[in-house]
Design a protein around this ligand. Structure first.
Ligand SMILES: [Cu+2]
Length: 135
């Protein structure tokens, strides 16, 4: 059996989920229709947010769903500095979720206020940027 692998690339791909609406962004200037809210789940083990790197088209609301037995939160990293705080949840109980309205295009690092080891990234695509540019 051929067991050659590329661990770095494999792990990156495993942690990356591109939401379906992104496929519509292949031609510059084309309108992107949202395919509904993107869903990220809280996990009890690494990478803690699944997908850890989530890429969504502009105009997509995002929900974090807690399927674990413990409360978790979602706080934009910039909330810790003088920069703009784009989103911040309270503790999300088990079997509950936290949702945000669509964000401006950009890269949003975030973390769990209760468990600082939990870190995720949300990327909102600029409508004019092709999906291939993210890789
Ligand atoms: Cu947590």
């Amino acid at each position: 059996m051929d067991r050659r692998r590329h661990p770095n690339k494999a792990s990156m791909v495993a942690g990356l989920l591109v939401f379906s609406g992104m496929a519509l962004s292949t031609s510059a200037g084309a309108a992107i229709s949202s395919a509904g809210p993107a869903e990220i789940t809280f996990e009890t083990s690494a990478p803690y947010y699944q997908p850890q790197l989530a890429v969504v088209p502009a105009g997509t609301p995002v929900s974090w769903v807690n399927l674990t037995a413990s409360p978790h939160s979602v706080r934009h990293d910039d909330c810790l500095t003088d920069a703009t705080c784009a989103f911040q949840s309270i503790a999300v109980p088990p079997d509950s979720s936290f949702s945000i309205a669509p964000l401006p295009p950009g890269r949003y690092g975030y973390h769990c206020e209760l468990h600082p080891i939990m870190r995720g990234v949300l990327i909102v695509l600029d409508p004019g940027v092709e999906a291939a540019g993210i890789q």
